[in-house]
Design a protein around this ligand. Sequence first.
Ligand code: ATP
Ligand code: MG
Ligand code: MG
Ligand code: MG
Length: 468
Amino acid sequence: MSGVNDIRSTFLDYFKKNGHEIVPSSPLVPRNDPTLMFTNAGMVQFKNVFTGLEKRPYSTATSSQKCVRAGGKHNDLDNVGYTARHLTFFEMLGNFSFGDYFKENAIELAWKLVTEGFDLPKNRLLVTVYSEDEEAATLWKKIAGFSDDKIIRIPTSDNFWQMGDTGPCGPCSEIFIDQGENVWGGPPGSPEEDGDRFLEFWNLVFMQFEQTEPGVRNPLPRPSIDTGMGLERMACILQGVQSVFDTDLFRTLIGTIEDTMGVKAEGSASHRVIADHLRSSAFLIADGVLPSNEGRGYVLRRIMRRAMRHAQLLGAKEPLVYKLLPTLVQQMGRAYPELVRAEALISETLKLEENRFRKTLERGLSLLSDATTDLSKGDMLDGETAFKLYDTYGFPLDLTQDALRAREIGVDISGFTDAMQRQKAEARSHWAGSGEKATETVWFELREKHGATEFLGYDTETAEGVVQ
Ligand code: ATP
Ligand code: MG
Ligand code: MG
Ligand code: MG
């Protein structure tokens, strides 16, 4: 049985044997990078090494990086519970070359690990390459013996990675496994690519250009490699299951939810969402994020409150999520000791937030149900009600959207924004008479300038270093 702990060490040991330095995961809150909400790829901690700004005593490295993709550019929050492969928190295994080896070695190393180390059947594997990267296609033919139909040429930005508008960039090549005809979906690039039949599990990025201005790319003198493999997706493949939620770690977490709640999972989105959100909340708190009304803290609050709504759906009458924490710590504490160190803080934070939110959650949900009794599939909840839920009951907008999703009812976002603006204007007019105009003006200007971060998080992040 290949549990996540075995997979992680197989990966790291393999690259160590091949001369790579094992580098620990960096925290989920990126150091010195206010443009990025959370660490969302293995390469984030090496950004400055790739650009040459920072020197390290090694030229090749490997890591297992904690990642969160919720909020910001890569936001998988709405996917969780609804696809078989997306989590908000996951571990990205990676190998990196800083001007050391390049494309041919990277493909060779990956192919050998996948087919020998992990022993995946060659005939079920296929790859994508960037349509202009004939070199990669030729190398895959040579190294893996692939015929042309196993090498899918993709012309879109999905297979061209960029650190930002300028800086290092290059084509990428992704490795997929065919999970069989009985699973719905089509190969990458086809109209059915969103299905689960073809599962992407490893992305190899070939950083070979430097973009100086949009459209102008010069070859890098010492091209580099950045790869990312989803640990939970590899577990899914090796354990012969089709969803990350059916892997050992998630089965254990979901089992604890079933026992605590007395409600069987039977594929329910709620169990999945709670298990995933518990992981992201716990790891974010361990890395110093606390629930708040803006920025990173608000993303955490949104995640926690979403989990709580799903706990409520399962019939929870008292705080539930914190009760699941010991199981998570038991499963992941050895690999991530910060989880053990922060266990009491995480537990208290979860409990406090659940207690604070529970009463308004119940009232808000009943308001929501009254407001939507006459609505049906394709209808919209009015913005006023969505805003009232946000403002009076503490419902993040995405929680309301998630609550209506199963009934295929949308939310009038522009109505929501209008209601918020109206409230701001009203508050402003009340303040006008208070005799503290100078301070107020400054305060409102600041708030205006920074936008409505209280519900959208860092929506404007730009120079993001992520694997595509
Ligand atoms: P997808 O197309 O499935 O959303 P991606 O192309 O966005 O994945 P990359 O940015 O290439 O993903 O990240 C590298 C690897 O990290 C992926 O090949 C996958 O194995 C893993 N990964 C990415 N997003 C997630 C997620 N939300 N949950 C679990 N694993 C993920
Ligand atoms: Mg994605
Ligand atoms: Mg992809
Ligand atoms: Mg990818």
